[in-house]
Design a protein around this ligand. Sequence first.
Ligand code: PMV
Length: 350
Amino acid sequence: MSGSALRALVIAHSNIALAKYWGKADVAQNLPAVPSLSLTLDNLRTATRVTFDPALKADVASLDGAPAQGRPLERVTTLLDRVRALSKQELFARVESVNDFPTAAGLASSASGFAALGLAATRAIGLRLSPGQISSLARASSASAARSLFGGYAMLDRDAHEAEAVASGRHLPLVMLVAVTASGPKAVSSTQGMTHTASTSPYYAAWVEHAPRVFDEVKRAVLAGDFDALGRAAEHSALMMHASMIAANPAIMYFAPASVAVIARVRELRNQGRTAYITMDAGPHVKVLTRPELAQHVEAALLAVPGVQRIIACEAGPDAYLLDPEMDVQTALAQTSEHDTARHTPESRK
Ligand code: PMV
């Protein structure tokens, strides 16, 4: 079909929470039990094209070039069903989505994936929703995705339907070094992990009680442009969240030997006066926050840790945005990467 009016192509960037979300206030509506605050990252991208096509008898999707089936396809269809309900149209869609980083391994592919899908699907079908409304749509699929509609620092409050922008990345410039420590899909999905932690961990109630205070520290530090206060609070948030999971029965543990080795290296660097802090999500990779001027040194130190496969160096990324829908998704991703690298890479990392 020619129907360019029924197509849209979006680039969305993943985000990593500095104040973590773990636990649902409302499972059916997917509302978070704690407030979270994240940084959207320039070098973790998803390109997604949605085409609504009258010739289709069901939704079809490909993720990183392979046909989606089972749970991943169901999650795509659930979001598309919401878009069909909002637009009062019954067309099925073809979804093509590619990431430039490992999928479903604790690098928040669901965040950029559902943010991109939400914006692309609503635009393709002709809906003009506000960023907040699209954020709410993405949040229903993956709460962290609500934050990826916004560039820089963004937050999703406890019980909130939509995320909101907090500050631009320039407000507190930092480099996030993603130490990729293992390949393969994560063992426990975040939703399963949250439900299991809430129902079996004696520390879950303490996490839900204390997380808002750490969130306040993170938010204050971002607004004050205070890197050290942010790093300390972000590391506390991540380790407190993991402590609540480790206390679940049986324990949920996302740490690989190399994750622990990276954490130990970051503590050594700190003892030597090189300010760096860690955060970690539902996977074995460790994300290390550091000041832009220290990034090269810290990156070299992390690459020397046994078990670290590679480092993806990131800075603040932009809002999710639309591209020419006729472009090939891989080409769109590659061109965006080149463009962003040229635009963002500081002299020290070229
Ligand atoms: O939104 P989900 O289901 O992908 O869960 C995200 C959970 C963490 O990444 C561990 C924390 C966060 O706030 O992103």
